[in-house]
Design a protein around this ligand. Sequence first.
Ligand code: NZQ
Ligand code: ZN
Length: 383
Amino acid sequence: MNNFHYHNPTHIVFGKDTIATLADLIPADKKIILIYGGGSIKKNGVYDQVAAALKGRIAVEFAGIEPNPLYETCMDAVKLIKDKKIDFILAVGGGSVIDGSKFIAAAACYNGEPWDILAKGGEVKAALPLGTVLTLPATGTEMNGNSVISRKSSDEKLAFYSPKVYPAFSILDPETTYSLPKNQLRNGIVDAFVHVMEQYATYSVETPLQDRQAEAVVNTLVEISGRVLTQEKDYNASASFVWCTTQALNGLINCGVVQDWATHMIGHELTAFFGLAHAESLAIVLPGLWKHQLAHKQDKLAQLGERVWNIKSGSSKEKAQAAIDATVKFFHSVKMPTTLKDYNISAADIQKVVTRFKERGTVLGEHQNITWKEVEEILTLCL
Ligand code: NZQ
Ligand code: ZN
């Protein structure tokens, strides 16, 4: 097992009717900005619950953070925050609203060009405090220090991590997810599944507890996915769904393990160039990447096969291959497409992505053996 630090400062408030606790969670002397997305919270009653809980304490609102949040939009919010001397951000929405708010929190305190936080690894020395009300279980952003921001002017999608942008608290009320359309539920299931795999399907450094914690998250996701997708206001299925997605990326299952994240890095480029939803991009890249890297990932994929997909016979290689097929079958069972062709993306189109990796000289994967050349081979397997 590798050395690790584990510190997660986010206070989770989980369950029914918990939005009402907002007033106690935000210190009374704070001047609050409410940040949200395109208006889903106005349709499903979440906005009304937030307003009722805070009883006139919201100083200003900023709406319109888009899916795959844009740097350009976030910078409008930074200006508003500075003009109104805001000192607390309340983000209400899905991963995009929360990621956008994390970037805004950091950018509002940054000396220099905030894009450098994403493009040049500019250090986040301070950030405004942030609390969240999560309405879409998928990303895990409600309990981590990551944020992913896109820039329209350059078709870029870049991530940063800072311990300064962990939410101070996150309210997870499973009932807020009842209004999610089927494609967002499907996206959440697949995103969380792939988060676990990025931290699991690498090579073993003997972490049997973390392996079983990771398997528990994906086994539970698989078990409840059917109930979640019926949209029948099944509280306990929704509650497990929310908690699985949080656990998939809150730093617990990656303690001391070897991580990959190449699927995410390649997927982000598919979103930046072709507009695919985040989880849609992952469902395409993961199977191709696994096939390409089979020799390196075989042992863990065989273990996935045995313990999650119940594949008991065959050699280690055969079990690993069967695990890839079973994963694709699972994605299809939640109605998630798994090829570039499904989105009319051709071999010629993928050259845009390949060129970007070539220009940046990025090297990916747990063995740092995926250069632009391998990206091209992997995406060719995804056609
Ligand atoms: O904008 P509104 O009107 O709120 O509508 C949203 C949006 O259109 C809607 N929605 C959210 N909650 C709803 C709802 N509709 C009905 N009922 C509700 N309860 O859903 C749409 C998609 O929302 P979005 O926030 O974009 O989805 P998601 O939570 O999947 O977030 C995706 C973003 O997170 C990033 C992705 O790259 C992408 O930009 N990620 C962030 C990570 C992190 N910070 O750790 C890790 C992930 O790997 C991921 O990269
Ligand atoms: Zn993801």
